[in-house]
Every structure is written in structure tokens, then in C-alpha cells.
Design a protein around this ligand. Structure first.
Ligand code: GDP
Ligand code: MG
Length: 162
């Protein structure tokens, strides 16, 4: 079966936008309202001739309640299914306490984690992206999912972990 890449992170960090960038088409639902991706959704993808599955998740809030809790459980299932986890942080916001809690859970999963600093649309945000080294997940890959910047290097890194 194909390698599975799960995209996780808090609502509104740009997970679905990144999935669309990886797919090269607008299939995952992007919304300005947080928490729109209610369930995990998997899509067939390919990079440099290597096929894989990419799972979009609704965002992972540790203290989630109600519908948000449901979404969080979907994300946990996605992590269990995944061969590589792509953890997305909004570089313009930085790492939050909730992100730190997720990092602990991801470490416990024992799966390879690739850290994405998203919304690095221009050089003014590159310092914020570099600050995410402090999360202890290795190199933050600075990406603008919206404009496509950095997505090639990110995909190379994801495939290196298959
Ligand atoms: P999700 O909740 O994590 O799936 O986030 P979405 O993909 O739905 O995006 C949430 C919002 O962030 C939308 O308004 C996107 O257009 C915006 N967004 C996503 N990626 C970027 C980016 O690289 N740069 C900027 N400026 N906005 C982005
Ligand atoms: Mg989404």
C-alpha cells in the first residue's frame, strides 16, 4: 500500500491550503473560518513520480470539546495511519501552548515528523519561521502554501522519510 502523509496542526494554520498545493489542484476545502475540515480526508498524490496518500485533518486542539473533539479524534486516527506526519504551524502566529502539547503527542507516536512554518509569504516572516527551531522538531520548512514557496523542498523532505 502507498505511504501515508498526515497533515496536522491547529485550525486555520493552512493545512487544507497545503494539501491543495501538494495535490496541484483545489480539492481540499479552504475556509477563513477555523475548523472547516471536519473529518480526515485522504487524497492520492505524487511527487517526482513517487505516489503516496495525503490526509487532510480538521485540526488538533488538545482541550477540544464537542465537534472540535470529534475533529481532534480524527486527527489522532490520521496520525496512527501515517508513515510521515507533517506538523503545520502558522509562522505569523508562532508556536502556541497547544502546539507544544501536540509536539509531545507526536514524539510519543514515534513517527517521523516534518515541521512546516506556513504563511511565510515574504522574507519579513523568515525570522519567525527560524524561531520554530525551538520546538525541537528539527528544521522548520518555511513555506507559503498560498503562493507555493518552499513546497518543493518540503516534498523532497517528506519523501526522504518514506
Ligand atoms: P486549515 O484550517 O489549517 O485547513 O487552514 P486553511 O487551509 O483552511 O487556511 C486558513 C486560512 O489561511 C485561509 O484564509 C487561507 O487562505 C490562509 N492561508 C493558508 N496558507 C496561507 C499562506 O501560505 N499564506 C497566507 N497569507 N495565508 C494562508
Ligand atoms: Mg482545513
Amino acid at each position: 500500500s502507498l505511504p501515508v502523509v498526515a497533515i496536522v496542526g491547529r485550525p486555520n494554520v493552512g493545512k487544507s491550503t497545503l494539501v491543495n498545493r501538494v495535490l496541484g489542484r483545489r480539492e481540499a476545502v479552504v475556509q477563513d473560518e477555523p475548523g472547516v475540515t471536519r473529518d480526515r480526508v485522504s487524497y492520492p498524490a505524487e511527487w517526482n513520480g513517487v505516489p503516496f496518500m495525503v490526509i487532510d485533518t480538521g485540526g488538533w486542539e488538545i482541550d477540544a470539546r464537542g465537534i472540535a473533539r470529534h475533529v481532534a479524534q480524527q486527527a489522532e486516527v490520521a496520525v496512527e495511519m501515517a508513515d510521515v506526519i507533517v506538523f503545520v504551524v502558522d509562522a505569523t502566529v508562532g508556536a502556541t501552548d497547544a502546539d507544544e502539547d501536540v509536539v509531545k503527542l507526536l514524539r510519543r507516536s514515534g513517527k517521523p515528523v516534518v515541521l512546516v512554518a506556513n504563511k511565510v509569504d515574504d522574507v519579513h516572516v523568515e525570522g519567525e519561521a527560524a524561531a520554530l527551531w525551538s520546538m525541537g522538531l528539527g528544521q522548520p520548512f518555511a513555506v507559503s502554501a498560498l503562493h507555493g514557496k518552499g513546497s518543493g523542498d518540503l516534498l523532497d523532505e517528506i519523501l526522504a522519510n518514506f
